[in-house]
Ligand binder design. Structure first.
Ligand SMILES: NC(=O)c1ccc[n+]([C@@H]2O[C@H](COP(=O)([O-])OP(=O)(O)OC[C@H]3O[C@@H](n4cnc5c(N)ncnc54)[C@H](O)[C@@H]3O)[C@@H](O)[C@H]2O)c1
Length: 255
């Protein structure tokens, strides 16, 4: 009989809490054996809600535990690459929240350690696993809509994250649009060769004061000739809004 996968969670903030609840209440094949956060009370609150038996003092304590099969890295982005490397060296499989890092060199270093250790790594680009987006991808791969010519992505968050988060996020393009860049490459199945954007601060002047933008339209040119747009806003007053339309030579498909 297969044993339950023993997981540990690093970072009990907005997304860590969500993953903890998913594992505790929806994934019977796995259990959270430990959790840690630099703010111990945050880890304790999630441990209590999700019946996680141990609050570890830090990630190192988790990585030394031979009973842990895999870790979920849900701490801020600037901690991801180092934690991926430490986890891989400790022989743990890794789920790492997006993005791995803002520097390609650090991402490549982390990926090479993962390869060397022979562990599995999944990055939190969750939208590929949404049945609607997966269906659009199938329509492209199967030729159902012919050769893709145009792709439009609308990706709007319900409300911006706290300013403290924005300041460490790397900016909207690396923090939020990263999901849409992933979706664009996933759907079209090719690389982007040219990109430009119009962006501004429309939602909250504090976002501008923090050196970021909150609203943008981005134009993508793909190597195969397809053209795409991404429409981003940190705030859609009616709620989370994720849509895509692809026009091909034989038809179009939209979520
Ligand atoms: N896939 C998605 O849709 C999605 C959504 C939101 C956030 N994220 C990603 O998840 C990550 C976290 O975002 P968030 O919104 O949950 O942030 P958050 O600030 O709400 O939570 C981060 C938590 O990590 C803790 N922390 C900081 N350094 C730590 C360390 N070294 N070890 C352990 N804990 C540490 C903080 O105390 C905090 O509780 C970011 O990289 C973000 O890009 C992904």
């Amino acid at each position: 009989m297969n044993k339950k996968l023993n997981l540990a969670l690093i970072g009990a903030g907005r997304i860590g809490k969500l993953h903890a609840e998913t594992i505790a209440f929806r994934i019977p094949e796995a259990k959270l054996a430990a959790i840690t956060d630099v703010q111990r009370d945050a880890a304790e609150a999630v441990a209590q809600r999700c019946t996680i038996p141990r609050v570890a003092s830090d990630a190192g304590e988790i990585l030394q535990d031979s009973d842990i099969d895999a870790v979920l890295i849900c701490s801020p982005t600037n901690t991801h690459a180092d934690l991926v490397i430490e986890a891989a060296r400790a022989g743990k499989h890794v789920f790492c929240e997006k993005p791995i890092d803002h520097s390609i060199e650090k991402v490549d270093r982390a990926l090479s350690e993962v390869k060397k250790a022979g562990v599995k790594l999944q990055v939190g680009y969750n939208r590929r696993f949404d049945p609607n987006f997966a269906r659009v991808r199938r329509a492209i791969v199967s030729g159902e809509i012919g050769t893709p010519h145009l792709m439009h992505i609308i990706s709007r968050d319900p409300a911006p994250p706290p300013i403290s988060y924005i300041k460490n996020s790397g900016g909207m393009f690396l923090d939020m649009t990263t999901h849409d860049f992933d979706m664009a490459r996933f759907l079209i199945g090719d690389e982007v060769t040219q990109i430009y954007a119009a962006a501004g601060v429309r939602v909250d002047p504090q976002i501008g004061e923090a050196g970021d933008v909150d609203t943008a339209v981005i134009v993508l040119h793909f190597a195969n000739g397809a053209i795409g747009t991404i429409d981003n806003c940190r705030k859609a007053p009616y709620g989370y809004d994720q849509r895509v339309e692809v026009l091909g030579s034989r038809g179009s498909i939209s979520t």
